[in-house]
Write a new protein. Structure first.
Length: 520
């Protein structure tokens, strides 16, 4: 009997040791190098059709000459340039658009492998990232210094990465977002903490403070008042304790997600503002929000947003997840192969499962679909009222596939009532203008940085043609179709690998910010 127990213990011990060695091997296994294409001194794109996102005109059969990372000239045929002097791309029958923008993402310490190549493969050349860190380096979330480093590597042609435009703080959400052991001022529970918060993020090189739903009202107002003195603005969620009208008046430059108007345009909106447990009241009010939407009040708020040039990033796909959680055709998305196995099992599948159960319950039946449809209707309303709308996807949230989701969002905007051209503008020149870089990016024009996408087919005829990518030029570097497809294949392989999933779970568990987020 003792010998049997000893053998069992020995087997268990050996198993633990072997398992531990596998884990260590996974953590130490080197990450792959993402291949960079050759950088050419000059590129000549011959005989291509350029889509002018300002006017919707198509400039037919043009030559685009790129020197370094700038568009040097745009000429009509014929050209007097010697093809041998340049790297030449045959653009005959193809269409040229500006690089696409994703104005709501969340980057992690593994984004350079799991996200960046997929952005480029999908023609997404510029992104605004709404995540960050709080005074300490984080094992999971990327921070300002990471993003600035990636930008520098883009300039030096050292890394495959999109351009990170505008730097964000971590979400400011009161005590709900600050783990123990972190500087107390990040919670801004006291308005006296606001200068400390702004001074810290100013030194970090942050451009805006990302405000979140439960931020203390007094501190939100103080941040809105003081941030411009530090060269920053505010963007993010509408605080649940502040009316949308007041938040617009206080100067919040962009509002995120599809429920912005719902919070203020249902019968109990005033009660939600003062409720002690606002999250609980929101869930109780979802049915009323979807069925009793006050269009008159919404139109007034939309007019105010238009007057103040306040932008909206609806991320409509974040409501679509819950609405279609019971639809197997939606759930079995082929792009799941690009997502780490453990992320799907530990994060995405539970998200979808909870939504599916709610959709089947008596109290939840049909509500998520109504919220999704209501948000689409409101996007159409806001657009007609002149509210500037920008594309955003909320990568890395559930079913927000890096790069691919941007095309889905563009298509969703056309379903909401935007024309194909207007949807293109929402993903190019409008984000560039919002970011104050419209003289550098956002359209195909002489003198601008060469962030461009070559399409096989015309997206003004059919918006799905934004996916017909035959090449991408980022900062003057050409990524051909073969390279873009190779990126997709490599990421699919990496996402299912043992070592990548080990690294993912350890980065997740090692992050106090993530542990705090999940605890709440």
């Amino acid at each position: 009997m003792k010998r049997k127990v000893f053998k069992t213990l020995k087997f268990v011990l050996i198993s633990f040791v072997v398992f531990g060695l596998f884990i260590i091997a996974g953590l130490l296994w080197p990450m792959p190098e993402i291949a960079l294409p050759e950088k050419h001194k000059s590129i000549l794109i011959k005989d291509i059709n350029i889509i002018d996102v300002h006017t919707g005109d198509i400039l037919k059969n043009r030559n685009v000459w790129i020197v370094g990372n700038r568009i040097q000239a745009i000429d009509s045929l014929p050209t007097d340039k010697n093809d041998a002097d340049h790297f030449t791309i045959d653009g005959h029958g193809k269409y040229l658009i500006p690089g696409l923008w994703d104005m709501h993402t969340h980057s992690t310490q593994h984004s350079k492998w799991l996200h960046h190549p997929l952005y480029i493969a999908n023609g997404v050349t510029s992104i605004r990232d709404l995540s960050g860190q709080m005074g300490k380096e984080d094992s999971y979330w990327a921070g300002t210094q990471d993003r600035l480093s990636w930008n520098q590597k883009l300039e030096n042609h050292e890394q495959v990465t999109p351009r990170y435009v505008l730097q964000s703080s971590y979400q400011i959400n009161g005590d709900n977002s600050v783990p123990s052991g972190y500087p107390k001022f990040f919670s801004v529970e006291d308005v006296k903490d606001v200068p400390l918060l702004l001074e810290y993020y100013q030194k970090e090189g942050v451009d805006f403070i990302k405000v979140y739903s439960d931020i203390p009202v007094a501190s939100y107002k103080q941040i809105a008042k003081e941030a411009p003195k530090y060269g920053m603005h505010i963007a993010g969620h509408k605080p649940l304790g502040v009316s949308l009208e007041e938040a617009i008046g206080l100067g919040q430059r962009s509002f995120e997600h599809g429920r912005v108007f719902m919070f203020d345009c249902f019968p109990n909106a005033d009660k939600l503002l003062i409720a002690k447990d606002k999250k609980a009241m929101y869930y109780e009010s979802k049915k009323s929000m979807s069925e009793n939407f006050d269009t008159i009040k919404a139109e007034r708020l939309m007019d105010l947003m238009q007057e103040r040039n306040t932008h909206w990033v609806p991320t409509i796909q974040m409501l679509k997840i819950s609405a279609f959680a019971n639809d197997q055709n939606y759930i079995e998305n082929p792009n799941l192969k690009y997502i780490p196995t453990l992320r799907k099992k530990l994060w995405w599948n539970p998200d979808v499962g909870r939504a599916a159960e709610y959709n089947k319950s008596n109290e939840g039946r049909g509500i998520n679909m109504k919220l999704y449809e209501s948000a689409k209707f409101q996007i159409g309303m806001a657009h007609k009222k002149g509210v500037p709308i920008m594309t955003g996807t909320d990568v890395t949230d559930s079913y927000a596939f890096p790069g691919f989701a941007l095309h889905t969002e563009i298509e969703e905007l056309t379903v909401c009532g935007l024309s194909n051209l207007e949807a293109l503008r929402a993903s190019t020149i409008i984000p560039a203008t919002y970011s104050h870089v419209e003289n550098e990016l956002g359209s195909v024009e002489k003198g601008k940085i060469a962030d461009l996408v070559i399409l096989e087919r015309n997206p003004l005829e059919k918006i799905e043609n934004t996916t017909s990518i035959s090449g991408v030029i980022l900062n003057g570097v050409y990524y051909n179709q073969e390279a873009l497809e190779a990126y997709k294949e490599d990421i699919a392989s990496l996402a299912s690998s043992f070592h990548m999933n080990v690294k993912f779970i350890f980065s997740l568990l090692g992050s106090p910010l993530i542990r705090k987020q999940f605890a709440d």
